[in-house]
Design a protein around this ligand. Structure first.
Ligand SMILES: Nc1nc2ncc(COP(=O)(O)OP(=O)(O)O)nc2c(=O)[nH]1
Length: 297
């Protein structure tokens, strides 16, 4: 599927406080939502002290990096103002820089927050909107070129408020791959080195259950395009649906199973709430799977 530009030949590295983190094997991204309304953990870590405690806990549980988000992007979520998101995220980033040695990713669509995040030492910018908002691409390019920040480019059809109203694709896998390839090519054409890019099919972002399942089954195709793939299915409705409409509080085991399967299919970053269980599952996989952690089906 390669676009105008080529995917990296060397593994993308994350330049964190403790040195480079290579996406050469499955890595655990611990979710740290500093929001009052995230779909599964809203309000749990919306104070700086609670957020730092959770980040420390995830570090102890085996997280390789932390993803800090100040705006819920669940289906139907209302947008958060720049001032509010800044107020939620910045103090946490500053505290994490002093208290946690893991690389920090910041989950935002706003260019102003991206700039603040880079100043606060973020190692990755994670944009569910693939840096398409006005000013976001410029911030992302500057972050990658001048500070070595990695960029996670995710596919979303529509906007969080309405993306689940009537998602429709001719061929979801082909369309998602083409979108990601086009965005990665555009970012590279703007000056982003290929080894600064990570891609994400965006499970649950403008997709029906059938679309999510189709995408998941075709992960090896996306992996084959050459960029490290981030998978975020943790506690999402697709997990609940596959478990007979299991409530969000009872989707941990199913989420770990899905993360393990994604790793087996070549995903390199697993974005999860249940860090300890996921890290354990990946450790067992790495030790026992004959294909090892390079196991791509
Ligand atoms: N790259 C990436 N970023 C993401 N950010 C948020 C969510 C939604 O999950 P969560 O953060 O747990 O919920 P909320 O958006 O309600 O805070 N999912 C992804 C994802 O799948 N991939």
């Amino acid at each position: 599927m390669g676009g105008l530009m080529t995917a990296p030949t060397a593994p993308t590295l994350l330049y964190g406080p403790a040195g480079p983190l290579a996406f050469d094997r499955p890595r655990v991204m611990g979710i740290l939502n500093v929001t009052p309304d995230s779909f599964s953990d809203g309000g749990a870590h919306d104070r700086v002290d609670r957020a730092v405690a959770r980040a420390r806990q995830m570090q102890d549980e085996g997280a390789d990096l932390i993803d800090v988000g100040g705006e819920s992007t669940r289906p139907g979520a209302e947008p958060v103002s720049l001032a509010e998101e800044r107020c939620r995220v910045l103090p946490v980033l500053e505290a994490l820089a002093a208290e946690v040695s893991l690389p920090v990713s910041v989950d935002t669509m706003k260019p102003e927050i991206m700039r603040d995040a880079v100043r606060a030492g973020a190692a990755m910018l994670n944009d569910v909107n693939a840096f398409r908002r006005p000013g976001a691409e410029e911030e992302a390019v500057a972050a990658a070129r001048e500070h070595g920040v990695a960029l996670c480019v995710m596919h979303m059809q529509g906007e969080p408020q309405s993306m689940q109203h009537a998602p429709h694709y001719g061929d979801v896998t082909a369309e998602v791959r083409a979108f990601l390839d086009a965005r990665c090519s555009a970012l590279q054409a703007a000056g982003v080195p290929p080894d600064r890019l990570v891609v994400d099919p965006g499970f649950g972002f403008g997709k029906t259950l059938e679309h999510n399942l189709e995408l998941f089954r075709h992960l090896p195709d996306l992996v084959g395009d050459g960029w490290p793939v981030l998978v975020g299915v943790s506690r999402k409705s697709m997990i609940g649906a596959l478990l007979g409409q299991r409530p969000v509080t009872e989707r941990g085991s199913g989420s770990v199973a899905a993360a393990l399967l994604a790793a087996q299919q070549g995903a390199r970053i697993l974005r999860v709430h249940d860090v300890a269980a996921t890290a354990d599952a990946l450790a067992i996989y790495s030790a026992l799977d004959p294909r090892g952690t390079d196991g791509v089906m």
